[in-house]
Design a protein around this ligand. Structure first.
Ligand SMILES: [Zn+2]
Length: 341
């Protein structure tokens, strides 16, 4: 089985974006503010948005199941306050839950949190619990920078985040560390802010001792880990100077990387540098980079091709495609077993 651990509902029906526009308009003119019940999207519309997009490509490319979360750039936690994020996260999560219900063989949910800059992360826990316990979601996306590119929250190792980590450990769900839209003109959202955040999250964990306090907490760092694999020597050297344990022991029981790297040399490097146990298959399609690579004639985000072509044994490839995902997402493994898979 091939499990793609990083998919977003980027193709949701247009009514969703229109509802969000009204919600944002309502921040300055409350008369315009929509109610959650104003959004009406039928099952047929959901089916069509998936069958003609993600599911079609999954079938073409040979992946079986996608861990599916709300569109990351749409989270935009910097807009409005907690109530804004709470209503928006609830709507977006519910749509992903409906997709998973309509296509139980192919999609399973991961939650967006109703984060808001400066707000206690405890406020996110009820939505997370609903998603895991009622919707059967198996993971969550944690935004380390709800300010959208201004980095006003403490590092991920700070006690600020601990109430959320306690709940994650209790529920046994990992977090993909995933920022949203940048509202800082210096950082392009998907070209800079995402990759910066991936690198930043790893370095924060390196500097701290978070996993001493939470030995079973798991973070998935997307987009191939940002600059981390490429600069592994720098990180090893910095850890050594800081008198930290070797990275294997310090971080690699808890931190994992996905394969959203859109060229062959990048995947070759990722799989040479990072232990196979810590690499999970993902494509993030239909996402940031939707074009065809003229050098290969294939879509940049068709990451399975790179995994097939890189120097791995069949057993290692299977670990990246399935085994590691089942280990990192225990609730996914349980859900698959319940389906006899
Ligand atoms: Zn993503």
């Amino acid at each position: 089985m091939i499990i793609d651990v990083h998919g977003h509902y980027t193709t949701a029906p247009a009514a969703l974006g229109a509802w969000r526009d009204l919600q944002i308009a309502g921040l300055s003119d409350p008369a315009k503010a929509p109610k959650p019940s104003d959004l009406r999207i039928s099952d047929d519309e959901l089916r069509e948005s998936i069958e003609t997009n993600q599911l079609k490509k999954m079938k073409e490319r040979g992946s079986d199941l996608t861990i599916f979360s709300p569109r990351a750039s749409f989270m935009a936690h910097h807009i409005g306050g907690f109530e804004t994020s709470a209503a928006w996260a609830a709507i977006c999560n519910e749509l992903c839950a409906r997709v998973a219900q309509l296509f139980p063989q192919h999609f399973i949910g991961a939650a967006m949190l109703p984060q808001s800059p400066g707000v206690d992360v405890r406020s996110c826990i009820p939505e997370l619990e609903k998603c895991v316990k009622e919707y059967g979601f198996v993971g969550l996306n944690l935004n380390p920078d709800p300010s959208g590119g201004h980095w006003t929250s403490p590092p991920l190792t700070d006690r600020h985040w601990y109430p959320l980590y306690e709940k994650m450990v209790e529920l046994d769900v990992p977090a993909m560390v995933h920022v949203s839209t940048s509202c800082n003109a210096c950082f392009h959202t998907t070209g800079a802010h995402y990759l910066n955040a991936d690198t930043t999250a790893f370095m924060q964990c390196l500097q701290g001792d978070l996993f001493k306090d939470f030995p079973t907490l798991k973070f998935l760092i997307p987009h191939g880990g940002g600059a981390v694999p490429y600069h592994w020597g720098r990180f090893r050297g910095l850890a050594q100077e800081m008198k930290k344990p070797l990275l294997q022991e310090h971080l690699l029981n808890n931190i994992f990387f996905d394969t959203c790297v859109y060229h062959q040399p990048g995947i070759d490097l990722l799989t040479q540098v990072i232990p196979v146990d810590n690499v999970l298959f993902a494509s993030e399609m239909i996402g940031a980079v939707r074009g065809i690579d003229p050098e290969t004639g294939y879509a940049y985000d068709d990451t399975r091709r790179y995994i097939e072509a890189t120097a791995l044994t069949p057993a290692q490839r299977q670990q990246i495609y399935e085994g590691n995902a089942r280990r990192v997402f225990p609730r996914l493994d349980a859900a698959l077993r319940a389906q006899g898979r």
